[in-house]
Design a protein around this ligand. Structure first.
Ligand SMILES: Nc1nc2c(ncn2[C@@H]2O[C@H](COP(=O)(O)OP(=O)(O)O)[C@@H](O)[C@H]2O)c(=O)[nH]1
Ligand SMILES: [Mg+2]
Length: 266
């Protein structure tokens, strides 16, 4: 089953940016949307979301980016902010250990109020303020990577809104993560409908085959849809297509360690 969406149709995605106050969420959004950096940006309370068009892997997207507009201090975001989200960006600042610790709470708050399943929803973790001198760094990439693995998150990137490093990449990664999850969901749906369409005798034959084969495939955390997607991505790797999200993370890691080169693209 291919995507039912007509070609060239713009896909609207609601992206929510969460994290402790001061990590640079508003600056990140402004850098991405307007390519501007304003130290006093946080005073602009009241903006709910900003739109930005972006092309990712040949598809057109409008990202509707929701910023907490300062309410995170009062912990009063709740349902309307989260409802209908397509992607959740969990932000911390690399020079602020507490903000990294806060990710756990933001993630569970989001899962609660957005009412989505953790393993089916695209999260991306963003470590902002990459421009800070090494002596100020309080959070290492490796420990965040570990936290992400423990929580089933495959997209992690470090950014600097100030130096305009990796900002567009972070949103591209978010879109790719969304796309990955959508494909997993599509495959699951296809597998479900395959099951419904099968005749009883074919199903029995399959069961017998499973038993003979030793029931392999159980016990792992990868669903059959994800396994199928992995097969697909391996096939596309061979043909030189875009990398899977996991591999993109590894590339981002290298990129994040690199210089603070401006990579914002208008
Ligand atoms: N050094 C540095 N400071 C930043 C960066 N992004 C934001 N800031 C500063 O962090 C403070 C909080 O930023 P803001 O976007 O308002 O954070 P928010 O509360 O998460 O929305 C501001 O003083 C910004 O100037 C960054 O990439 N590097
Ligand atoms: Mg803000």
């Amino acid at each position: 089953m291919t995507n039912m969406r007509p070609p060239n149709k713009t896909i609207l995605l609601k992206v929510v940016i969460l994290g402790d106050g001061g990590v640079g969420k508003s600056c990140l959004m402004n850098r991405f949307v307007s390519n501007r950096y304003d130290e006093n940006n946080f005073h602009t309370i009241g903006v709910e979301f900003m739109n930005k068009n972006i092309d990712v892997d040949g598809e057109k997207y409008t990202l509707q980016i929701w910023d907490t507009a300062g309410q995170e201090r009062f912990r009063a975001l709740r349902t309307p902010f989260y409802r209908g989200s397509d992607v959740c960006m969990l932000c911390y600042a690399v020079d602020d250990r507490d903000s990294f610790r806060g990710l756990k709470q933001w993630r569970s708050e989001f899962l609660n109020y957005a009412d989505v399943k953790a393993d089916k929803f695209p999260f991306i973790v963003v470590g902002n303020k990459l421009d800070m001198a090494a002596k100020y760094r309080q959070v290492n990439y490796e420990e965040v990577e570990q936290w992400c693995q423990d929580n089933g998150i495959t997209s992690l990137i470090e950014t600097s809104s100030k130096a305009a490093s990796n900002v567009t990449d972070a949103f591209v990664l978010a879109v790719r993560q969304w796309k990955h999850m959508e494909r997993v969901a599509e495959i699951e749906l296809r597998q479900q409908s395959d099951t419904i369409d099968l005749t009883r005798s074919i199903r029995l034959a399959q069961n017998r085959f499973c038993c003979i084969g030793g029931g392999g495939g159980s016990g792992g955390s990868t669903t059959s849809a994800e396994a199928e997607l992995e097969d697909e991505s391996m096939r596309s790797d061979r043909s030189g297509s875009r990398p899977s999200p996991l591999r993109f993370v590894k590339q981002s890691k290298a990129a994040a360690r690199q210089s603070q080169a401006t990579n914002f693209q208008l």
